[in-house]
Design a protein around this ligand. Structure first.
Ligand code: SF4
Length: 438
């Protein structure tokens, strides 16, 4: 069987001579890859030439193809890394998707990158120890009950989570929305909006000819926008999912445009993990769209220092340079980052790439993730170790999200050992006690 290396100069020359628009490209690619193996040795497409829109679409398409290959060939991954038939059982319940890029960060079976990406039979256990674990359920935060329309979670009066996609570049094994991501719950939404499931030429053309006003009344995005429009107390909208940046750039543009037309929406935030799992998605074209809609904030999700690479740093740089403030929501995960050394290294690396550590989440009591839950004391010890070892801007807030939809609260270390009306007895980061008079 012939192998096509999509990074080879020969293939690019053929491509350049045959393709002037995206539809041509899809046709060319499908024809030329029939009965051949597509080989992508770097998952980078920087040197393909073309107009920026065409280039963007081609890069995404190729990345998608490479992803599909990894998904389809999960048996191969299994063979390469470990003989584990149980993986199939897990995938039947919780989908698996790993980008070639993220896969390349794995150094050995069971390392912190592997643990976040590769299914584990423990996901099918209700808890790691039922006698001591609290009840673990699919939706402990009662998001479904706080959902006035299917694409909105409205917990706090002034802000909403707007679920615009249920697709992610990678399905993190510790995901708190494991019950939803990658599944068919929002099938209509994802097939309509997500080019990553791409897409016959017909569908593509139809999609391209739509605009935001054409979304049917029953469409989930439209319902979400309508809810935000009529709920005047909403000041802050968080685009989430799934991963909003897996939508195609034009759709992201339309959603942001529609939100910016709503007077009472002051800030827009995007929660995404593509910077970490598919950094090539942060293209010049995408950034040129995002920067039209300031004040726009992006919260990303790094959990381990090995995830900060030249590629993810470049993606962050593109966003920061366009004036998008970047924060990081790290999840404390057993076997991944549940020790001071790893966490301190991660926080140092984050501020070096202009990402402010925002939250350190204690993992929620979500079904299929019990094996990732460390104790609260582990988290507090890590927080204690950060104070004194890290500059203040590198220290995130340690948070728990209360079951039942009662919201997030910070978990604080108690530095004040005693106090009365005149003084407090305070412990410093070294454990030394000192008196502080008011
Ligand atoms: S990217 Fe976010 S939403 Fe998607 S699987 Fe990972 S944690 Fe869940």
């Amino acid at each position: 069987m012939e192998i096509i290396n999509i990074n080879s100069a020969r293939w690019h020359t053929q491509l350049k001579n045959s393709v002037t628009n995206f539809s041509d490209f899809v046709q060319y690619f499908e024809n030329s890859s029939k009965n051949r193996t597509i080989y992508d040795d770097t998952a980078r497409y920087d040197h393909i030439e073309g107009s920026s829109n065409l280039l963007d679409s081609i890069k995404l398409y190729l990345q998608n193809k490479a992803m599909e290959k990894v998904i389809v060939e999960n048996r191969k991954i299994e063979k390469v890394f470990v003989k584990n038939r149980e993986m199939e059982r897990v995938i039947e319940r919780y989908p698996m998707r790993i980008t070639p890029y993220y896969l390349s960060l794995i150094k050995s079976v069971g390392d912190p990158i592997w643990k976040q990406a590769v299914p584990d039979i423990a996901e099918l256990y209700e808890s790691k120890d039922e006698s001591v674990q609290p009840v673990i359920v699919a939706d402990p935060l009662h998001e479904e009950r706080q959902s006035p329309v299917p694409s909105i979670i409205h917990r706090y009066p002034d802000r909403v989570i707007f679920l615009v996609s249920n697709q992610c570049a990678m399905y993190c094994r510790h995901c708190m929305r494991k019950r939803k991501v990658g599944l068919q719950i929002q099938q209509k939404l994802s097939s309509k909006f997500c080019r990553f499931k791409l897409c016959s030429n017909e569908e593509y053309k139809k999609e391209e000819s739509e605009n935001i006003e054409d979304y049917g009344k029953s469409d989930l995005i439209d319902l979400g926008l309508e809810y935000i429009r009529k709920t005047k107390e909403i000041r802050d909208v968080i685009l989430s999912g799934g991963d909003p940046l897996l939508l195609n750039t034009e759709k992201i543009d339309r959603i942001l445009f529609a939100l910016r037309k709503i007077d009472h929406v002051e800030t827009i935030r995007i929660h995404t993990r593509v910077v970490c799992t598919l950094p090539f998605r942060i293209t010049d074209n995408l950034v040129s769209v995002l920067e039209k809609y300031h004040p726009l904030y992006i919260n990303i999700h790094f959990n381990h220092p090995s995830e900060i690479t030249d590629e993810s740093a470049s993606a962050c740089d593109l966003l920061s340079s366009a004036g998008v403030p970047l924060g990081c929501q790290t999840v404390l995960l057993e076997g991944v980052n549940d020790n001071p050394e790893t966490m301190i290294t991660l926080m140092r690396k984050l501020i070096k790439i202009r990402v402010k550590p925002y939250y350190l989440h204690h993992p929620d009591m979500v079904e299929g993730t019990a094996h990732f839950r460390p104790s609260l004391d582990t988290g507090l010890d890590i927080m204690r170790s950060m104070r004194g070892s890290l500059t203040g801007i590198a220290i995130p807030q340690y948070m728990v999200d209360l079951p039942g939809g009662y919201g997030k609260v910070p978990v604080l270390l108690n530095y004040i050992k005693q106090r009365d009306s005149e003084k407090a007895v305070v412990e410093n980061y070294q454990g030394k006690i000192c008196e502080y008079r008011f």
